[in-house]
Design a protein around this ligand. Structure first.
Ligand code: ADP
Ligand code: MG
Length: 633
């Protein structure tokens, strides 16, 4: 028997390993199982290169729980280790990274330590976070190798001696400490295996599961099949998850099935998927799904899972994939994503950054492809995906440039246009006297119906911009579009929204207007409503209420509260009450000799205008209805 001290320059290494990050203790299981997977895959590689001529046989990895002995064993039938190799890989190499970690840890504050921990993977030594004692019993695949047994009780002393083991491979036996006895619970281990090992490439067996099996050739008295309970080894993982399969070999059905495998409790089907398969400039595979979102902006982040060679790394992907893509679902797998490092470390890793911008590009490419190949189906999905695209275009300039090709506008008739197509459509007549293109839009086609109609009657097209992000989106688009402005359709009278050089003459003189104006002002709150005259056509409404685009956006911004605009929070609304000086009714008011009648018509017209903006409420509304009924009488 060989006794020794683990290459120790640092005393107290184990207490520090035990302290590690408390919440991350559970990763020991992932580390040990992935070591077992590595050892198995190494054996397969050797066999495929003809360097191992024995029978590979069963390579299933077993996780064994013995709550009486308080042990958890990870057993593989991989390449195993000779005594020399245990000495080299466990006593020296594996330890040196753990030791490096401890040396950096010394004399640091807690915040600094957390940052340091992020750079180190403890690998095998993470087992000491949960164990009083660890045994390694191993037998190398090499001909004539003897079994070896290594043991260490969490002090720098270890023993290495001949062991007993018939088969090739390694057992890692953890003697679970009292503080960590949760890891002696079957459900806990099952949960961890499901979390970290669900898609590992080598079968992992843990305990048994009960299923029903059909008894062949037997029927009950009604002639139905007979089933019996059977116990089967419980296999944790799917060794060939969909993202590792060639896209050409996958059907739509397969993609949906995989979606269910990832999210067993989601009933909604995804809209479509993007199968990522990159081998240059780095390796990356994965499947991203566009989920169906309802009208409201359901924020369901952390649905994307990150893997490194089929080992689960994290589902906290903020800062790792572009923010707008955190709304997607699915998996991303890259061997370039480092294992067992902290999230802040992942976020600053240059490989991870490259991966992130690449994913964003791939998503854009795929969307463009769908748009080009099947525009009809793209248009059908548009209302479900536009929130992702708008978010991406607002947040990421590169994505904006790519998405410009397939981003769609929808007008009030329900027709779709690309930016280019729409520009062409309105170019001929929606330019104002300064040659600006005016994009008229409504954020509520029902409430703003009369304004939309007024614009359309003049031959103008109106866009529907009713998405949750659309007011931000407009702010993004406006500066990018040359000589263009966006104006909500109730922002002013149509003649002002798109102001042309030629103007209609007014039928009222300035003196007549001066006499009428105070009569209208009497009917409304002068601090909120600004009364003005405009020469519109006779067929336009006699009185219209508008809210200027500028004032509205200013108020919206102030309500968001950010950016030092807080003081605007109590800003009152401000509207224009526009009188059409060419409307016959306005002409008649002007000529009406009886003051009382004059006032009554003015009141009625003002209320109608308020009503069409949804501004007539409460007592004023009740009074209006009563007055209208009287008028009909
Ligand atoms: P890493 O896996 O990053 O190399 P670890 O600390 O997890 O670091 O493991 C250290 C080394 O110990 C491995 O590289 C491997 O050589 C050896 N080892 C660990 N577990 C096994 C195992 N189950 N079978 C064979 N070798 C193993
Ligand atoms: Mg390892």
């Amino acid at each position: 028997m060989q006794k020794g001290k683990i290459n120790v320059q640092t005393e107290n290494i184990f207490p520090i390993i035990k302290k590690f990050l408390y919440s991350d203790h559970e990763i020991f299981l992932r580390e040990l199982v992935s070591n077992a997977v590595d050892a198995t895959q190494k054996l397969r590689t050797l066999a495929s290169m003809g360097e191992y001529s024995g029978d590979i046989g069963n390579t299933r990895i077993e996780v064994l729980l013995d709550s009486k002995k308080k042990t958890l064993t990870i057993r593989d039938r991989g390449i195993g280790m000779t005594a020399d190799e245990v000495d080299r890989y466990i006593n020296q190499i594996a330890f040196s990274s753990a030791e490096e970690f401890v040396n950096k840890y010394k004399g640091k504050t807690e915040a600094e330590t957390t940052a340091i921990i992020g750079h180190f993977g403890l690998g095998f030594y993470s087992s000491f976070m949960v164990s009083d004692k660890v045994e390694v019993i191993s037998r190398s695949y090499k001909d004539g190798s003897e079994a070896v047994r290594w043991e260490c009780d969490g002090s720098p002393d270890y023993t290495l001696e001949a062991g007993v083991r018939e088969e090739r491979g390694t057992d890692i036996v953890l003697h679970i400490s009292d503080e960590s006895k949760e890891f002696l619970e079957e459900y806990k281990i099952l949960e961890l295996l499901k979390k970290y090992c669900k898609f590992l490439p080598v079968e992992i067996e843990f305990g048994v599961e009960k299923t029903k099996e059909k008894v062949e050739g037997e029927k009950d008295k009604d002639g139905n099949d007979v089933y019996k309970d059977v116990e089967k080894p419980r296999i944790i993982n799917n060794t060939h998850p969909a993202w590792t399969v060639k896209p050409s070999e996958m059907t739509d059905e397969d993609y949906k099935k995989f979606y269910n495998e990832l999210y067993p409790y989601t009933f909604e089907e995804p809209l479509f998927h993007i199968h990522l398969n990159v081998d240059y400039p780095f390796n990356l595979t994965g499947i991203l799904y566009f989920p169906k979102v309802k009208d409201k902006f359901e924020i369901q982040k952390n649905k994307i899972q990150l893997y490194s060679n089929q080992v689960f790394v994290t589902d906290q992907v903020e800062g790792i994939v572009p923010d707008f893509l955190t709304l997607l679902h699915g998996v991303i797998d890259s061997p370039d994503i480092p294992l067992n490092v902290s999230r802040s470390y992942l976020q600053s890793d240059p490989n991870v950054k490259k991966i992130s911008s690449h994913i964003s590009k791939k998503v854009a490419d795929k969307l463009e492809e769908i748009f080009k190949n099947d525009r009809t189906s793209f248009e059908q999905k548009w209302n479900d995906i536009k929130v992702f695209i708008a978010y991406g275009m607002i947040a990421d300039t590169k994505f904006y440039e790519r998405a410009e090709k397939f981003c769609l506008f929808q007008n009030t008739e329900g027709k779709f246009f690309t930016f280019g197509e729409y520009k062409e459509l309105i170019n001929s007549n929606q330019t104002d006297k300064d040659k600006n293109l005016v994009y008229l839009y409504t954020n509520n086609p029902v409430e703003q119906h009369s304004y939309v109609e007024a614009a359309r009657q003049k031959g103008y097209d109106v866009l529907v911009m009713d998405g949750v992000l659309d007011s931000h989106f407009i702010n993004t688009l406006e500066p990018k579009f040359e000589k263009s402005k966006f104006t909500r359709v109730d922002g002013d009278i149509v003649e002002k929204l798109i102001e042309k050089d030629e103007k209609l003459p007014s039928k009222l003189t300035d003196e007549q207007k001066d006499l009428l104006k105070p009569l209208f002002e009497e009917m409304v709150d002068k601090t909120i409503f600004h009364v003005q005259f405009e020469s519109m056509s006779e067929t336009d409404q006699p009185v219209i209420i508008t809210q200027s685009e500028f004032m509205r956006r200013y108020k919206e911004m102030s309500q968001l509260g950010g950016g030092g605009m807080g003081f605007m929070g109590s800003m009152p609304d401000s509207y224009n009450l526009v009188i059409n000086s060419n409307h016959p009714l306005v002409g008649r008011i002007n000529e009406e000799p009886v003051e009382e009648n004059k006032k009554q018509v003015i009141k009625q017209l003002t209320d109608l205008a308020l009503l069409s903006q949804g501004l007539l409420k409460g007592a004023a509304l009740t009074e209006f209805i009563k007055r209208s009924v009287d008028l009909i009488d």
